[in-house]
Design a protein around this ligand. Sequence first.
Ligand SMILES: Nc1ncnc2c1ncn2[C@@H]1O[C@H](COP(=O)(O)OP(=O)(O)OP(=O)(O)O)[C@@H](O)[C@H]1O
Length: 587
Amino acid sequence: MVRAATATPRLIAAAAREVARADRLGTVVAAVYQILGAVAALGVVAAGKLVFDALLEPEQAAVGLTPALLALAFMTALTGSINPLQTQQHRLLGERVSQRVWDRVLDTTARADLVTYESTGFATALERVQQNALTRPFMVTASLLGLTGGLLGVATMSAVLIGVEPLLVPILLAAGIPAVLLSRWASRTEFAFAHRLTALFRRRQYLRQLLTQRPYAAELRAFGSTGPLRDRHGTLNSQVTTALRGQVRRRQLIAALTTVGVALALTAALLAIVELVRRGRIGLPEAGAAAIAVRLLSGQLNTMFTSIGGLLESAPFLADLERFVASGPPAAPGGRKRQLTERLVLHDVSFRYPEQERPAVDAVDIEIGAGEVVALVGENGSGKTTLAKIVAGLYDPQSGSRRWDGAVAAAPDVRASVTVIFQDFVRYQLTLRDNIAISDASRQPTDEAVLDVARRAGVLGAVDDLRDGVDTMLGRDLDEGADLSGGQWQRVALARALYRDTALVVLDEPAAALDPRAEHELFADVRALLNGRSALLISHRFSNTRLADRIYVMDAGRVVECGTHDELMARAGHYAELYTLQSAAYR
Ligand SMILES: Nc1ncnc2c1ncn2[C@@H]1O[C@H](COP(=O)(O)OP(=O)(O)OP(=O)(O)O)[C@@H](O)[C@H]1O
C-alpha cells in the first residue's frame, strides 16, 4: 500500500509530462474543459439548493421556483455539453500522444544497429511496445484527464459536503482505498498476461502475414498449404482465447468488487444524510442539495479511481517503453564518406552471432584494393554474407581489425563509404525514382541522374513500358503499382547501388534473377559498370567470379584459399573441386 501510495504520484507526474510534451496547447484546452466541468457540477448543486429552497421554504427563498428551475436546467445542460467537448478533445490529445510514442519507438529502432536489431530480446521488446503503442497512449491520456476532472469534482463537492456534514466526505473517500488496491492488482495481472502472450501473438501475426500478403500467395497455393496454416492459426487463436478468458474473469471480479465498494460507500453516505435530517441537524433543502452532491461526488470518485486504475494499469507498459527507448544506443553522428585510395583490409577478423556456438567468420584476412574487383565464393553457410556485412560496416568485427587506407575505420564511416545490395534486396512499394534514389538522400533525384543509372543497370527498357516513366509506382502490395519481373526488380536494385556513388560496392548474388544473356552482359562488362569503383562480388556461379582480380574461398567461416582463377585452378584445391563440379554440370 505504501509502495502504491508513493509510486502513484510519480507515475501521474510522468504521464502528465508525456501528455503535455505531446501537445501543450491541446493539454491546456483539455484542462480548461475539466475546470468548466467542475464549475458546472458545482452550479448544479447550487441551483438544486435554490430549487429545494423555493419548494420547501418559499417564504425564505432567495429566488422564486421558476428562475431556480431555469438555473438548474442551464447548469445541467452546461454539464452535459462539456462532456462531448471533452471526449473530442481527448481524442485529439490521444492521437498526439500516440504520435509521440511512435516517434520515440521509431527513433530507437532507427538508432539500433543491425546486431541489436537481430537479437531476439530486442525483437520481443519491440513487438510488445508496438502492440501497446496502439492503445496505451489513449488510455494514459484519458485516465490523466479523467483524474484531473475527478480531482476537481471531488474537491468542489467535498467543499459543499463539508458545509453540510464533514463526516460525509471520509465515508465516501474510504471507498477509494480498496478501489486503488484493486487497480494495482488488475495492473499486475494485465502486464503478466501481456508478457505471457507476446510470443503467441508474434506467431499468430506471422501466420496472418503469410496468409494475407502477396509475396507468399503463389507458393502457398502451389503447395496447397493455406489450409494447414489456417489450422495452426486456429490453434493459436484457441490458446489466446483460453488465456484471455481467464484474464477477463479476473478483471470482471476486480471490477465487480470495486463497484460494490463504491455502492456501499454511497449507500452509507445517503443513510447518514437521512439520519442527520431525522435528528434535525440539517433542514430538508440542505439534505436535498447534499444528496445531489453525494451522487455527483460518487460519480467523480468513480471517475477518479477508474482513472487511477487506468494509469496504474498502463504503468508497467510505460516503464516498458522507457526501458525499450533506453536500450537503444545513443544517437551517433552520421558517418563521413571517404574515397578509397589504397585498400580496405580486414585482418584476423572474427564474428560470432549471439547464442551461436561457432563463429560465422573465423580469423579471416582479406583485402580489397582501390579499383579492384574481388570475389568471395564458398558453400552455403560458409560465412560470405556475414563477412560482407562486416565489410559494409553493418557489423563490427568482434576481434581483429578493419582498416580503410591504413586507418582503423569506424562503422558509421564505413557505412557511408560502402554500398551493399543483398541477395534478398528490398522491393520498395514506391515509385521507380524512389526505388533508385532511396540509396542516397543527399542528392536531388533528377530525371537525368535516375535515368543514367537506370540505363547502366539495364532497367531502361522497363521504364519505357511504365505508364508514368520513373514516377510509376512499383509493386502490387499497395494496389496501384506496376509489377516487375524478378530480373527487372534485380536490375532496379543494381541501379540503386550505382546511384549511391561510393568507393566500394558489395554485390551479394547480383545476378541470381537475371536471364543468361543479362547475366553474361553484367559480368562481361562489370568493370565498365562500376566505373572505377572497387567491388566485392559474392556469387555461387563460378563463371561470373573468374574474372575477379582475386578470389577468396570460404569454408566454415574461414578463408581457405585465395588467388586468381588460374592460380586456384592450378592449386587443385577446394576451389578447383567446386569449379569442376559446376562446369561439369554444364557440359
Ligand atoms: N542473423 C543470424 N543469426 C544467427 N546466425 C546467423 C545469422 N545469419 C547467419 N547466421 C549463421 O552464420 C553462418 C554463416 O551464414 P552466412 O549467411 O554468412 O553464410 P553464406 O556463406 O552467405 O551462405 P549462403 O551462401 O547460403 O548465402 C551460418 O551458419 C548461419 O546459420
